[in-house]
Ligand binder design. Sequence first.
Ligand code: SAM
Length: 292
Amino acid sequence: MAEQRWIPETLFDDLGFRMTFAVEKVLYEQQTDHHHLVLFEQRHFGKVLMLDGATQVTTKDEFIYHEMMTHVPILAHGAAREVLIVGGGDCGIAEEVLKHKSVKRLTQVEIDASVVEFSKEHFPEFTGPVLADKRFDLIIDDGMNYVAKTDRRFDGIIIDSTDPQGPGAVLFTYEFYAACKRCMGESGIMVTQNGVPFLQPDELISSVGHFRKLFADGSCYVAAIPTYIGGHMAMGWAADDPASRALPVAILAERYAAAGKFPTRYWTPEVHRAAFALPRFIAEIVEKARAG
Ligand code: SAM
């Protein structure tokens, strides 16, 4: 009887803490130009993708992060036509964005072509509808290069990045956020993958601190994602219109209806609104950014 293989997430090794998965079958493993990539089958979470020892997406809980990173900024904006995703390799976020008929053009800037290539085979539920949609264009580039040079303007920018290590580190810098601000329209909204505050408070303090130097409103909202271990996941929020973060449930429900009321499994108008009500310890972390 072959020994049970376990694959650990090593992201929090410096904290002496690991989440480990019992592996049914390794489906794919490769050292790409940018990442160590492994995809395996897991009996509870389905397919699990890890990049450099950090869980990126699982088929069982992907809907939570993908819906909250997409429907919150797009419905808060109310008339988003031009949307940019930085990162987003597996196309799970793109699939959610394209559910919004108001979106006329979606551009994804991903640094690692092999993540998209491999997702065509292993995550067809995401890549299938996305790559068939003529509103979608994929650019293989470092997100920093793209936002520093483009002359396009976006209503929504979604930073679906890896953690602030390796190629992902630049996506948490002041220079990157300033370049994003440069290519946002007046009522533009930017949201960011910003870690788990209980385990990664400094990341959130740093990002919100940058947001508050560049935008009228910088904060975060939260959701609990089982395989982003450590409690609430923080999604950074940056916008110049503070009202867009505090829309009443009735307005959100109206906009969702106008968007065609596509099925969701996590996002609701009430959950959207509640996600900005931060538990005190996270509000205190965000307030440290103000003091920065
Ligand atoms: N949801 C996941 C998470 O929260 O950890 C992230 C998913 S997605 C797979 C992250 C993507 O960001 C990867 O495909 C990676 O190649 C891409 N990425 C990392 N650094 C980048 C950069 N500087 N520019 C563009 N894409 C980048």
